[in-house]
Design a protein around this ligand. Structure first.
Ligand code: BDR
Ligand code: CA
Length: 314
């Protein structure tokens, strides 16, 4: 059983990733921490509580609210054009009776890293601000976390916010650089693989026909929220009739790393540039001198990933 904390800016694909993790028999979700990004952190926290209640009202999954703004940059930027005004495709999900913990995300990560030293897996689906805060408070956390799987970055492909930057890194480059340079064992699940792993409307229609009655409500939510996401990807720079499963793929990789191929690379995040902020530069020279060593996903078994994702809801 993989023991995970999921750190999310709960938008449409974060919600699907959380639902998958809650359904997977090989994952124990130890808690969910929230961060600004697709929407503001209060909305991300509220969405998270609603999604947990939708998945299984009896689940005991603590939620800790985290950062509302980047580490050093003043103003947070949100992605409501991609995820809708409420972050989950403007779909109304019933409110939850659960309250967030009276403990900040960074403190929750630190506490759990002590409780589960050497076992805890952290999956980040948004800006890396919460983990950066935790490392600033107690750098020894890096030796207690088993592995961090980061949805973010782009090495051999274009960015999705600027020509070179992916949203989660671009939204707080200083936090991303701090985490990458910290030495915590880390795998970057970036656009190189997530843009190859596509979910379509037909996938979801078939899922609705084959899922059991107990999953019907969850699958209806996934279909409704993805309408907004499909519209975005159809009309954005991508012009595709599908949506990449950025965040669910990251949970799938954390659950079973064999679905991707990785390469150890030295990576550095560009911080001081208007044009290139958030770019994940990999030093691929023979004698690599720039950046810190992390595992970068370069290839993915996309059909296996999508099959596994859908299978959890049958
Ligand atoms: C990432 O940005 C957000 O829009 C998604 O939730 C995902 O985490 C993709 O670049
Ligand atoms: Ca996300």
């Amino acid at each position: 059983m993989k023991k995970m904390i999921i750190d999310a800016d709960t938008g449409i694909d974060d919600a699907l990733a959380i639902l998958y993790a809650l359904k997977s028999p090989s994952i124990k979700v130890e808690g969910i921490t929230t961060v600004f990004g697709n929407i503001n952190v209060d909305q991300a926290t509220d969405n998270t509580l609603r999604i947990i209640a939708l998945a299984a009202p009896a689940y005991d999954v603590p939620v800790a609210k985290g950062a509302g703004k980047p580490l050093r940059r003043g103003k947070p930027e949100f992605g409501t054009h991609v995820h809708g005004a409420n972050g989950i495709g403007n779909v109304e999900v019933a409110a939850s009776a659960q309250q967030p913990l009276d403990e900040e995300a960074a403190d929750f990560i630190l506490r759990k890293s002590e409780e589960l030293a050497g076992e805890l897996i952290l999956v980040t689906l948004g800006r890396l601000t919460n983990l950066a805060h935790a490392i600033q408070k107690d750098p020894s956390v890096c030796g207690r976390i088993k592995h961090v799987y980061v949805m973010g970055g782009a090495v051999g492909v274009p960015g999705n916010i600027t020509p070179v930057s992916e949203a989660n890194i671009w939204g707080d480059p200083e936090a991303a650089e701090l985490v990458i340079a910290s030495g915590v064992p880390l795998t970057m699940v970036g656009l190189d693989v997530t843009m190859k792993t596509l979910l379509t409307g037909e996938h979801l229609d078939r899922l609705r026909q084959s899922c059991g009655e107990e999953n019907a409500g969850v699958v209806d939510f996934i279909r409704e929220s993805h309408r907004f996401y499909f519209d975005f990807y159809r009309s954005s720079n991508y012009f595709i009739d599908a949506a990449p499963i950025h965040d669910p793929l990251t949970v799938l990789v954390a659950e079973d790393p064999s679905i991707v191929t990785t390469q150890l690379m030295n990576v550095k995040v560009v911080c001081d540039s208007e044009l290139c902020a958030g770019m994940t530069v990999a030093d691929l020279r023979r004698r690599s001198l720039v950046g810190s060593p992390i595992h970068v996903c370069t290839e993915v078994n996309a059909s296996l990933a999508v099959d596994r994702l859908l299978h959890a809801f049958i």
